[in-house]
Design a protein around this ligand. Sequence first.
Ligand SMILES: [Fe+2]
Ligand SMILES: [Fe+2]
Length: 220
Amino acid sequence: MRRKNNLDLVICVFDNFLKTNFGGLVGSGRSNPAVGLVAVHKNEGLNSNGQLSGKLMRINHSGEVAAQGLYQGQLFFETDPVMRNYLERAGKEEADHLTWTAEYLTAKGARRSYLNPIWYVGSFGLAVFMQLQGSKKSRSFLAETERQVQAHLEKHLDIFPSEDNYARVILEKMFEDEGEHANWAEDDSSGNGVKEELSKFEKRAMGFMSKIMIETSKRI
Ligand SMILES: [Fe+2]
Ligand SMILES: [Fe+2]
């Protein structure tokens, strides 16, 4: 396959940005794991639990918007075919998450965060910055991101209304996928695995950014 030139790369990212934020992104083809449960919650409307779950899932949806920015950012200057293949495949699984969380919001009559384009651009920039520091840093960054997302999803599984099986099934599947993404990045069997720990500052900065995203996406 012809290597993409710079203009192709920019167009690809812009296309992904538009589809992530305004619809039309194609994932891996897996259907929503909670598909059988959609109808049960469809007419629930916005009672107090419905409102809470809508706000909570809006955060997860924003997280998946950020994930698209991250994967596109890591791909942007990446030339290693193994890394490219993996990022493209995992990016499609993240697109599934984006679709499932968006479907949940629609079923609940809840809106998406207005700040999503900002999360996308911020995550893209951060991922480009990390990837330019080399493949080990890039993989360590991927692993750390996915582990932080898993920790966040675990918290959400605790605070989502317990009767909301529709949300729980989606969150559990996402937790499993993020774990696989992290495992891949941490796998050292190829000799290319994670050797470069992120600095305390980098880990804290990532945690801080996600905290801002969580607090603002819930409201705006
Ligand atoms: Fe995800
Ligand atoms: Fe992931």
